[in-house]
Design a binder for this molecule. Sequence first.
Ligand code: CO
Length: 211
Amino acid sequence: MEKYYTNLLDKNKAWVANNLEKDPDFFNRLSQGQQPPILWIGCSDSRVPANEIIGAPPGEVFVHRNIANMVIHSDMSMLSVLDFAVNVLKVKHVIVCGHYGCGGVKAAMSNKQIGLIDNWIRHIKDVYRLNEDELNSISDENERFNRFVEVNVKEQVLDVAKTSIIQNAWSNGQEIHLHGWVYDIKDGIIEDLDVTLKNNSSLSEVYQLDL
Ligand code: CO
């Protein structure tokens, strides 16, 4: 265990050396500041590392991750990340990336009690309820699970759009595109769910803010 831990620091040094060999200015340039074009909202799952799966180097992706890539409108951490990304970094794209085999989504399908996390998972259960007719009509449990992952991503994209942060940015003429993706752990391929939003017109009227 100790060896595993010290190995991490050795691997860090090797990574530094490798980067400097390819580009002696690598860290110097990054230390000047960041201008990432993307805000990534993903799952905490260790198998879905934001930068790595899209081949993005440091400096390109501003990241927020939590269990099941949720956009909860009272989550100060998410709101702070979103506000900073939109109003200071001026990102062009917000990508909500879910993944098949998501433990959080799976837990939301069951009635098992786990602990404190049940209260987080409740938000995912709300997404099930919103899509209950469709999901209940899928008899194969695995297919239902996959579809639940997809509709959850779709719902989180809408939840990003509903925030005052995004609606104000759109109203001020800032061009921000919101996207929903699903990553497949089995083959590493990302599918674009084609739920891209560029304005608030497709939100239910009750969510559209007067700006
Ligand atoms: Co997950």
